[in-house]
Design a protein around this ligand. Sequence first.
Ligand code: NAD
Length: 496
Amino acid sequence: MSIGSTQIGDPRLLIDGKLVDAESGRTFDNVDPATEEVLGVTADAGTADTEQAIAAARRAFDETTWSTDHQFRRECLLQLQQALEDEREEFRAEVVAEAGAPIMTTYAAQIDWPIDDAVRWPAEYISEFAWDRDIPDSEAFGMLSHRAVWKEAVGVVAAITPWNFPVEVALGKIGTALATGNTVILKAAPDTPWSATRIGRLVAERTDIPAGVFNVLTSSDHGVGEQLVVDRRVDMISFTGSTATGARIASIAAPRMARTFLELGGKSAMIVLDDADFESVVPGASLMCMHAGQGCALQTRLLVPRHRYDESVELVTQAFRDIGVGDPNDAGNMGGPLISAKQRDKVLGYIEQGRAEGGRVTTGGGRPAAYDRGFYVEPTVFADVTNDMTVAREEIFGPVIAVIAFDDDDDAVRLANDNDYGLSGGVFAGDRDRALAVSRRIRTGSLMVNGGMFYGADAPYGGYKASGTGRQNGPEGFEQHLQTKTVGYTDGLDDD
Ligand code: NAD
């Protein structure tokens, strides 16, 4: 397979240090969700390719010094960092094309933030991290023992990623997994393969990362992911995606006690307390339309005081009407297309269900009339929503917000927590301490208080409840990818 002139992405897998086609020779189409046109093709990995990737990653872990040579890993990852920066603009163009990500999002979490820090931070943290530490000597049965705790890589990590933030999630996973000495098989989502194959090519061509330490699989078949999960040579599954798939992965990994690290869905609440400045705060709820609402941490339930409900609905409705929706290459558009016809139809189905259950659509509610191509859905506000309705409970993953009334701060906390998910959220109040006090009571993995940002490669990230297990990023992310070995040793036993 050669890279055609119209194809911006790399179609090849990375297996055991080599950029290769699928063994079957099969490819699958990469579709632009904004135009519905085929952008190009990618290798369609199957069972044989997956088997080879697992064998290579296992061999690289067992037979090279990758997991123990901390300094070498640091150097390799800083080479990767440089390569990522050199192709920043290519990553940007690709994620706009294959994910339909509005270009404005690429200047933040979609591209620039992860390219700046997701590999650099863990690479540099290698030198700071306490790989070994001594704990006090102990004495038992008249014998003195020295004691130590050693941190060791888990082994082979399967990193399985979704399509919504394909570069960000992939770099977040592989930066820490590699920095901690694991070998990795990155399995990209079928809708966004090129973000992964570009990383694969950079590792192969621009770094000294040994063959087999990093492998990339792209496939139209979700079964490739499942093959990784059930294989005994894979020690850990690092998964980001839907809660349904996460639950399936946890259940099939459990019999062999494989470690699972799961970053799953969300239904986060934005709480606006009654002393907030409503005119400036409530329109900000429209940020959830970014990338057509396809973000796990977006705040998709707006909780406002009952006595300020009508005014809040008006403010958020106007803000949703003002959002630019359309061509993701247009810097004025915050809302692009949904990833696929299937995803668009799923979102439209939720809107119908919301109406049927008594929700009132104040703006949006369908496909925008301006587009006959592209998987677009109008930014949609649901008023008169109670917390038990489907649009308030389930992750829609589209530009749809539910506005819910609360009676007082306790009621706001109760409503925010009355959901299966616990990934993120926001609290706004005129009084900062009041906002912080409410934040302590929300059962969620991250929070933006009065608009404050928590994001960063140094900041642990993950979910409570059905939003997942474990943490990515920061020191907690390091620990997530390590085993702990505790050793007692003597100075040697003599004969007398
Ligand atoms: P998905 O669960 O359908 O797929 C995610 C990945 O899992 C894909 O690579 C897919 O091929 C693979 N997969 C599917 N079935 C599998 C199986 N049985 N075994 C192994 N792998 C399998 O998710 P999606 O639709 O691609 O992404 C959207 C979801 O991701 C949303 O729910 C969103 O909230 C979530 N997400 C969460 C975070 C987070 O950090 N918590 C970040 C981004 C996205």
